[in-house]
Design a protein around this ligand. Structure first.
Ligand code: DC
Length: 234
């Protein structure tokens, strides 16, 4: 079976997949792709335009009017129609909007096409909810990362506090994390779930260094076994 040169990392929010995927890509010279940022950016643009986040509101005309630029640099991770949204997509309220827009089928089709194009030139470490199950079902390496609800909420709260968010309590974040898990895993379209051939890693009791080391070894081993050449960014 020919496989796709993508490291697919899926998992719920706060599982550590974003920072792990980013570090892994950097250390291995691969392209880091955060697909959540794309759902966030689209939700933000639609909201600013006053469009309802429903299949009636998000039309093909709207989607086709968007020019997305991804991965120019760390400070310009995502731009839509020339506007840099890298920072604004991280606001707490954008998480819920992204979860809403991610349930619309033409949004998923549109972004799937965009995501598949990104891997044509480079080997990507792509993270999201459905990368190993739907976007790249033949990815040579699939990982499913998770951690306990409490650990994930705590990590998320820390990130938000670092951004200057001071009003939220751990209980608020825990409730939002659970609600989003439920929405993301129970939706009918491309729900969050572990691909059958993905390696399951629970990061609750693991240090960042240990997870990273483990991931690097898995990627190198899988690339060797499957005969995949890792096309580096630099
Ligand atoms: O990973 P994140 O928290 O930035 O993702 C924001 C939302 O986008 C999340 O609630 C679900 C959705 N999402 C998705 O449906 N599929 C992906 N591949 C990535 C994110």
């Amino acid at each position: 079976m020919t496989c796709e040169a993508v490291v697919a990392i899926d998992g719920p929010s706060g599982s550590g997949k974003s920072s792990m995927a980013k570090n892994l890509a950097e250390e291995m010279g691969l392209l880091y792709v955060d697909t959540g940022s794309m759902f966030r950016a689209l939700a933000l643009v639609a909201k600013k335009k006053g469009l309802p986040l429903t299949s009636e509101g998000i039309t093909s005309d709207f989607l086709n009017s968007l020019e997305i630029e991804y991965g120019i640099s760390e400070n310009e991770l995502i731009k839509v129609n020339g506007e840099n949204l890298t920072n604004s997509i991280r606001d707490h309220q954008v998480s819920g909007l992204a979860s809403q827009i991610s349930q619309i089928s033409n949004v998923r089709d549109f972004l799937r096409g965009f995501q598949r194009n990104l891997v044509k030139m480079k080997t990507c470490v792509m993270e999201g909810r459905d990368i190993g199950t739907v976007v790249f079902p033949k990815a040579f390496c699939k990982i499913y990362l998770t951690a306990s609800d409490e650990t994930r909420a705590l990590r998320r709260l820390k990130q938000l506090q670092e951004k200057g968010e001071t009003t939220l309590e751990l209980s608020d974040v825990l409730r939002d994390v659970r609600k989003r898990d439920e929405d993301d895993s129970k939706r009918s379209l491309a729900p969050l779930k572990q691909a059958e051939d993905a390696l399951f890693i629970d990061t609750t009791l693991m240090s960042t260094e240990d997870v990273l080391e483990k991931l690097k070894n898995i990627v190198l081993e899988k690339a060797k076994i499957r005969g995949v050449e890792l096309k580096k960014v630099h």
